[in-house]
Design a protein around this ligand. Sequence first.
Ligand code: HEM
Length: 339
Amino acid sequence: MAVADSLNKRKKMMLWSGIFILLVIVLLPMSGYIVTGLNESQQQSAEPTNPRADTWRQVRQGNEGYTAVTGQEANELIQGSGETWRQVRNGPMATYGSWFLGFVLLVIMAFYIMRGRVELTHPRTGETVERWTLNERRLHWTTAILFILLTITGLSILYGRAVLIPLLGYPGFSLYAVGAKFVHNTLGPVFMIALFAILVKFFRHNFFNKVDLEWFKAYGGMVGDKHPSAGRMNGGEKVWYWALATAGLALCFSGLVLDFPNFGQERQVIQLAHVIHLTTALLLIAFSFGHIYIGTIGTEGALEGMTTGQVDVAWAEQHHDLWLQEMREKNTDSPRSSE
Ligand code: HEM
């Protein structure tokens, strides 16, 4: 009996020892959690991950590595914010940009259909007055043509892949895109010089005053039959001028940062410059739609001023009465007969 008892005891001891060892095997690795606590990253690391993916994740987060290569940003294998920039540029900026331009065009078209052209309220007198000198017109058309070429090539760079590849095919678009980029990058700095010159030339005429406030209150004569007074430049032209002086210059300077990347600017600076460039470009393109509309089909007689330099006195009286008065008082260019 005593032998059987001691055998049973031994079996029990072995059983409990086995259970204890098993518990230790299972619980010991988990004791780490008890000591350090469960935090989020540890929870993540508990999930099965590819260790190589972790390495690339760290690289994308901008962790600097060691490299024997010297040079700017040489130790940054992948610039993570570049992908964010690419997604913002190809996503919301391109999409909302096209909606914005389309919306502005639609508003202008709807306005034209509803309002029609702002006609001359008094018949032409046959007498004309010089509104723009030859130099001013040369400067205006140089700036305008450059702006239009930059708009076409710039929008081709932004929307070409979506719009032009289906039309031209890959080889055709590739050829066009190389040309468009070359034209855009070359004419950009030339436009900057022209813009700067036009801003300097018209600077003194573009300060806002009380007359402009009244002009805005009367919607610039675009709505209803009231013709608000204006000096040489009206309130709308002054807004266009200051849009060019602010957004236009930001557009040009950000363009230089993109055009000449060999001045030590880092990629993040280039990405920021690109966002500024695209935003100001879209704003000014939309603005130029309004300017071109008013300067052509929107207003009878406006375009002839910028092409021939002369405007009819009836036009000057209707749109820029204070300027006409000033001209008469100064008698620098008294109205003359066009016959
Ligand atoms: C086809 C395109 C364009 C047309 C038909 C056009 C037409 C005109 C006309 C008719 C005027 C004179 C308005 C008046 O006599 O009061 C004018 C003024 C002006 N335009 Fe244009 N324009 C065009 C494009 C541009 C562009 C792209 C720019 C600049 C990037 C520009 C800048 C100016 C400036 C600065 C003035 C003088 C207004 C001021 O200084 O306040 N134009 N334009």
